[in-house]
Design a protein around this ligand. Structure first.
Ligand SMILES: *[C@@H]1O[C@H](CO)[C@@H](O)[C@H](O)[C@H]1NC(C)=O
Ligand SMILES: *[C@@H]1O[C@H](CO)[C@@H](O)[C@H](O)[C@H]1NC(C)=O
Ligand SMILES: *[C@@H]1O[C@H](CO)[C@@H](O)[C@H](O)[C@H]1NC(C)=O
Length: 697
């Protein structure tokens, strides 16, 4: 008996060991890029509403970690109710905001108490010379909760009202953004948005009774990347009932009192302006009974309004003025029609986003990059790989500070491009090697058999078929990197991917006038052997060779050539077996497929989950709908890995499991430079043209 008992234990532990080692062997890592994100070192700041403003009046309200945005100063009495343990300091600010620290989006409440600083002799003490203490409270998200975006929070008594993207719609190209309420004392979360509807930018009325949202209603999302064309609905904050459409065409509501809110809309004249909506007091609230009027004038863009609860004539807005490349926060006096500069006086060459006004109307808050215009303080990029939380077991997910990453065959190194520049770095962030710091390269791939050989395409991205782009192989371990040009003729040859035996390179080329796929010799290039793999009047691109060598996955618009809609396909390297993998609705965009190391899944970027926030509330992203997904090759188990309102793309799947923690580095590159929404600038140019015509110029 005894020996049998022993044997069972031995067998059990043996099985356990095998299971453990399989888990470790099959665990892998995905890296992807988020456009611009490494430069968004956002913190929330505030300025006093004061007739004369100096740069040193600006207070940084958040702690300088990660990316902090969409702040809201809560009524103190309300936050004390929400959290009786908070200090009840008379001059404290109760700031609710979104933070992306610790690899997921969560909502924090910081209580910042200001204590007067000791008077310096000979100087006049201003109320802004203060020292502050901070207590920090995570209210929603992070921890072991479901991974999702959390956005535009407000507090109502004991509940936080916010947008989350954790519930799948099951329908391609529909946003997962919906408004939820989480009761802090019980943790109970309730969805306030109806099924099949996306709601953005919630705002709670001063009493807490009503919530207004920008909603896509039943119309869904048609690919809009500028204005979403939402309508404004209101509903009871308590349970989402009483939902009624109040404004046709509008977004970003902000309540001034129980029957007035402001919102933005791009008018027929092309200008984004702020409008007021007044709900009727004694008749049913409908689109027809609500009175709306334009508040800010044409001639500049005014958007993302914030109402004041105590100064009825004052709103804070973000503006883009003709000739300016920067977004600033200004006050607008509705009675006099005058704008008053705020942030331009402090940091003229920085972008400022999404204002809010304190409950007592003494301060205006906003977010901006913390290195922007602050006494010349430079903020360095300190994360090479930012770990992003995911609920996919066995996958470590990282955002890389670079584009088009790819892992070396053993997973120990990463090649990436810097737009410009081509680099190779150890996956622990050490040993950065500049292969060519000035070239415009895109996409990278390693040869699985030839050590230290990578492939890339050099030339402009997103270019026409006849653009000068060629594929090179590069020996990266020699003292001087050795470049070999593999394609000839420069007709947009790009996206190389190497066969597992290291002998062949699949790539796309525009040489026939259309982008199709080809296979060439991996050492000698075209002259060592070339075959055309796909052929047709459409675009096949972004190919990736499966680890068993049997398939090449790629993106194509062959279902609707030239429409801008891309889906994923697979084909055998011998040209047989073409298979459609996934499509995001009829007009959707799905791109950048990459096989998992076991060849059973692919990772890719897609607009499957549409946009997660009003694009104008963010810095510019060309494709604010891009999120990273995986699925099995039979189309099952579609899984969303990223939840944010940025453009996530160029994923790559590596063979080694990297511990899910940030990998730091220090690079000499200033953060804070990024574009504000370019479509706002285009309208400015149109305005200049219009004005010149009017002036006879
Ligand atoms: C979360 O992020 C903050 C700021 O980046 C950091 O100080 C803290 O250690 C992190 N916490 C965990 C649990 O990783
Ligand atoms: C929602 O709340 C309102 C106001 O308290 C109440 O009258 C109504 O019955 C509730 N509706 C639902 C569906 O719970
Ligand atoms: C083409 O390749 C696939 C897998 O690589 C193979 O299964 C198939 O038999 C091949 N077909 C032809 C006609 O060679």
């Amino acid at each position: 008996m005894k020996s049998l008992h022993h044997l069972i234990i031995i067998i059990i532990s043996f099985v356990f060991l095998i299971t453990e080692s399989i888990a470790a062997d099959t665990a892998t890592t995905i890296v992807f890029t988020t456009l611009g994100r490494s430069r968004f070192a956002f913190d929330i700041f505030s300025l006093p509403i004061h007739p004369t403003i100096r740069y040193d009046h600006e207070l940084q309200l958040t702690d300088g970690h990660s990316v902090n945005f969409n702040g809201h100063l809560a009524d103190q009495t309300q936050t004390i109710i929400a959290n009786p343990t908070l200090p009840d300091h008379p001059s404290s600010l109760h700031l609710l905001y979104v933070t992306e620290r610790n690899g997921s989006s969560s909502i924090y409440l910081d209580v910042v108490s200001n204590h007067p600083a000791p008077r310096r002799t000979g100087t006049r003490r201003s109320v802004f010379e203060t020292e502050s203490t901070r207590s920090q409270h995570r209210l929603v998200g992070g921890g072991n909760g479901r991974v999702s975006m959390k956005d535009r929070p407000s507090l109502v008594g004991d509940s936080v009202i916010y947008v989350s993207t954790h519930e799948e719609t099951g329908v391609a190209r529909t946003s997962w953004a919906a408004v939820y309420s989480t009761q802090l004392s019980t943790g109970l979360t309730r969805r306030l948005t109806p099924e099949k509807v996306a709601d953005f930018s919630p705002a709670v009325s001063p009493s807490g009774m009503w919530t207004a949202v920008a909603s896509s209603g039943e119309n869904g999302w048609g690919g809009e990347v500028e204005e979403l064309g939402t309508d404004i609905y209101i509903f009871l904050t308590r349970n989402g009932s009483g939902r009624v459409k109040v404004v046709e065409h509008g977004g970003w509501p902000s309540w001034a009192d129980e029957s007035t809110f402001y919102f933005h809309r791009r008018g027929d004249d092309g200008w984004w302006s702020v409008y007021a909506a007044i709900l009727p007091q004694d008749s049913p609230v409908t689109v027809d009974s609500v009175v709306t009027r334009r508040v800010t004038p044409p001639g500049l863009h005014s958007f993302t309004p914030a109402a004041s609860l105590t100064k009825k004539n004052i709103i804070a807005v973000a503006t883009r003025r003709p000739g300016s490349d920067f977004r600033h926060i200004e006050l607008y006096d509705i009675a006099t029609g005058e704008f008053h500069d705020l942030t331009r006086l402090v940091a003229p060459r920085a972008n400022h986003y999404n204002p809010f006004i304190s409950p007592d109307s003494s301060r205006v808050g906003y977010h901006k990059c913390r290195g922007a215009g602050n006494n010349g303080k430079t903020i360095k990029n300190d994360l090479f790989l930012e770990n992003i939380k995911t609920q996919q077991p066995g996958i470590s997910l990282f955002r890389i500070d670079g584009s088009f990453p790819s892992f070396s065959p053993d997973g120990s190194r990463i090649a990436y491009v810097g737009l410009p520049g081509l680099y190779v770095v150890n996956s622990d962030g050490s040993g950065t090697k500049e292969i060519a710091p000035d070239i415009t390269a895109f996409s990278t791939a390693w040869n699985p058999k030839r050590k230290g050989v990578i492939y890339t395409s050099i030339g402009p991205t997103f270019a026409s078929e006849d653009t000068d782009v060629d594929i090179y192989s590069i020996e990266v371990d020699t003292d001087e990197p050795g470049f070999t040009k593999l394609t000839a003729g420069g007709l947009n040859n790009a996206f190389p991917s190497v066969s597992p035996d290291g002998k062949w390179v699949a790539f796309r080329s525009g040489r026939t006038g259309y982008k199709n796929l080809y296979i060439m010799n991996a050492i000698e290039g075209e002259k060592g052997g070339l075959t055309q793999l796909t052929n047709g009047p459409w675009s096949d691109t972004m190919c990736n060779w499966s680890p068993d060598g049997d398939w090449i996955a790629f993106a194509s618009d062959r279902h609707s050539p030239g429409s801008g809609s891309f889906g994923l396909y697979m084909i055998h390297p011998n040209g047989t077996g073409l298979r459609h993998l996934i499509h995001s609705g009829a007009g959707g965009r799905t791109n950048h497929p990459w096989f998992s190391p076991d060849g059973e899944r692919i990772v890719f970027t897609s607009d499957y989950a549409a946009v997660s926030a009003e694009p104008i509330s963010n810095p510019h992203n060309y494709q604010p709908y891009g999120d990273i997904f995986t699925m099995k090759l039979d189309g099952s188990e579609l899984t969303r890995l990223t939840h944010n309102s940025y453009e996530d793309g160029t994923p790559s799947w590596g063979p080694k499991f990297m511990a899910p923690q940030n990998v730091e580095w220090s690079v000499d590159e200033e953060k804070c430079w990024f574009e504000d929404s370019e479509w706002l600038a285009i309208t400015n140019q149109l305005y200049d043209a219009k004005r010149q015509i009017q002036c006879g110029g």
